[in-house]
Design a binder for this molecule. Sequence first.
Ligand code: CTP
Ligand SMILES: C[C@](O)(CO)[C@H](O)COP(=O)(O)O
Length: 245
Amino acid sequence: MESTGIIIVAGGSGRRAGGARPKQFAFLAGMPVLARTINNFAAAMPGAEIVAVLPEQHIEFWNNLAARFDVAAHTVAAGGAERFDSVRNGLAALTTDPELIAVQDGVRPLGTAEMIRRVAAAAARHGAAVPVVEAVDSFRETEGEPDAEGVVPSRIVDRRRLRIVQTPQFFRAEVLRRAYETEYRAEFTDDASVVEAAGYRVCLAEGERGNLKLTTPEDFTVAEALIAAREEAGEERATTDAEHL
Ligand SMILES: Nc1ccn([C@@H]2O[C@H](COP(=O)(O)OP(=O)(O)OP(=O)(O)O)[C@@H](O)[C@H]2O)c(=O)n1
Ligand SMILES: C[C@](O)(CO)[C@H](O)COP(=O)(O)O
């Protein structure tokens, strides 16, 4: 297997989730979300270098919190204003020179090892790969401002052509590093968009519906239910500390 670096971006403020602290530090079934994400990757990709990118003002808080749990080895770097800036800081913080680099949302703790390795293998072969799932809702594209009756013009989008993009997003290291030499643009909502803008092709690998991004409070409820179901099925280690923030 290729040598691998994992950049876990957890430098956001978690505005949509609310709470006293950013959601990556909140507890999910007795363990901080970020600890779950880090441990998930350490288990899926043994030997990978892991860098967690955090809001600078929460680094000391995280170091103290992590010391109370069994969190796999990782280093910490300070985040930036946009996710793009946090990824860049994570790239600069890697101390090894891995062949593959993954970027993972710190708030996506539930991807399976099988899926993570599948995306890594696709990137090793094609240079860039992201996990996707098919859309199950209908989609409408809005066009312009509301009319006099307050109705926003819109039209249906053919969902058969749509895919919902997840993380981890894996790249050959030289592809990701070269792509991130550019300036930030608002349309860069993930790493594939940055890599594609640099002229590379992105391979779509099979993601998982259970690979949730914790964005709103409701997502925490769903994620807790998924963890409980997996524990019941014997797939999850029991957590050791039920204390909540
Ligand atoms: N400047 C930023 C912004 C986001 N992220 C990370 O990118 C991931 C996906 O972003 P999102 O879910 O949007 O997190 P937040 O930006 O924290 O959420 P919100 O937009 O609700 O504030 C998260 O792990 C988040 O911590 C980051 O590292 N640096
Ligand atoms: C990277 C990502 O999780 C892929 O789905 C997503 O684009 C992050 O978006 P957000 O606006 O930072 O939540």
